[in-house]
Design a protein around this ligand. Structure first.
Ligand SMILES: *[C@@H]1O[C@H](CO)[C@@H](O)[C@H](O)[C@H]1NC(C)=O
Ligand SMILES: *[C@@H]1O[C@H](CO)[C@@H](O)[C@H](O)[C@H]1NC(C)=O
Ligand SMILES: *[C@@H]1O[C@H](CO)[C@@H](O)[C@H](O)[C@H]1NC(C)=O
Ligand SMILES: *[C@@H]1O[C@H](CO)[C@@H](O)[C@H](O)[C@H]1NC(C)=O
Length: 309
């Protein structure tokens, strides 16, 4: 059952003229980094015999009056939008310095002397910034993964760069968008940010605060040299820890004699001679200082001075 001849002829004519109304976008979804330049690739066709009058991009499908606004006339876009296409088949456009507000659907619109057309499927542009994602609490020795996060998937070719205290970490280029700090040390504390190679946008800083137990605990004694009976002596427990230690204990020999960062002995007596040390405690651990020796001199002989702590 062959179709009647006129239909075949009709199909052939249509085929030769080749042309129908169409707009195609490739790709149809774009994930772009803030401040970057985006190229929206686009091609279009229309029936032969038509003459192109107007070509432009728009982002609002329909306005009240049924007209599509030309983006290049929009002050928010006019400086940044450049039409790279032609009046035949290429409708590629470039948008530079994209902002988060540019995240939108964009359409190509054209009119001929006889009719008009819009590429309804549109290009979806998503603009993302970068955010460093890091655990809130980190203790020395933990393995820490910092992630450079974007709200949409950037291309696989994106190379991430990490900064610590604004200095690039040249030696670190870990798994795609992650920075792995194995067995984190207190020296790893600092402000971290990330960027994508070849782009100006940098994420805000995120503070990595590595907690650690007290260390370098020492006793600082007021005054210097000779301690004479009746003197007041202040012992200060100095330690380095994160968070700072708030809990201290004092020992004379093996016996606990006090608490608090400062240990005062007013009106010292010869009984107070001995080896003192302090212990500094935070939630991650504790550490003792070395002994300090208090050697109370008596002039001319030792008498008993009662004292209160
Ligand atoms: C359309 O124009 C752009 C910019 O000049 C070019 O990069 C692209 O290859 C062209 N596309 C086609 C299909 O000709
Ligand atoms: C200080 O540490 C000691 C020993 O770990 C503990 O018993 C005490 O409750 C702590 N005191 C404070 C105020 O945290
Ligand atoms: C500190 O003094 C105590 C009591 O005299 C002693 O048992 C301990 O061994 C001393 N520690 C150090 C580190 O010298
Ligand atoms: C320790 O003595 C010093 C100096 O006499 C004084 O300023 C301080 O308040 C005293 N601290 C304590 C905890 O008694």
């Amino acid at each position: 059952m062959a179709p009647p001849l006129p239909l075949i002829v009709l199909l052939m004519i249509h085929g030769v003229s080749g042309a129908d109304w169409s707009v195609s976008y490739s790709p149809s979804h774009i994930c772009a980094l803030k401040d970057s330049t985006v190229i929206m690739r686009c091609t279009y066709t229309y029936p032969t015999g038509h003459q192109i009058m107007e070509v432009f991009w728009t982002k609002t499908p329909v306005k009240d009056n049924g007209e599509y606004p030309d983006l290049s006339k929009d002050p928010e876009y006019s400086q940044r939008l450049q039409y790279l296409g032609d009046k035949q088949q290429n409708c590629t456009v470039r948008l530079s310095h994209v902002t988060l507000k540019d995240s939108h659907m964009y359409y190509f619109r054209f009119t001929t002397d006889k009719d008009k057309w819009i590429g309804k499927s549109g290009v979806t542009l998503t603009v993302t910034d970068l955010q460093v994602e890091s655990p809130e609490r980190v203790t020395e020795g933990d393995s820490v993964n910092l992630r450079c996060k974007s709200s949409c998937a950037l291309t696989d070719r994106a190379t991430f760069i990490w900064y610590k205290n604004s200095q690039p970490l040249t030696e670190r280029r870990d798994r795609n968008n992650e920075l792995l700090l194995q067995s984190v040390r207190r020296e790893d504390s600092g402000r971290y940010s990330c960027a994508v190679d070849g782009h100006t946008h940098i994420s805000p800083d995120v503070q990595l605060n590595v907690m650690y137990p007290p260390r370098s605990v020492s006793v600082l004694m007021s005054g210097s040299g000779v301690i004479v009976e009746g003197d007041s002596v202040t012992l200060n427990c100095i330690s380095d820890s994160n968070p700072p230690a708030l809990n201290f204990s004092w020992f004379k020999g093996g016996t606990i004699v006090g608490s608090g960062r400062i240990y005062n002995i007013s009106k010292i007596s010869s009984d107070d001679s001995g080896e003192y040390k302090c212990k500094s405690i935070n939630e991650h651990g504790e550490k003792y200082s070395d002994n300090v020796t208090l050697n109370v001199m008596c002039e001319p002989i030792c008498v008993f001075y009662p004292h209160q702590y």
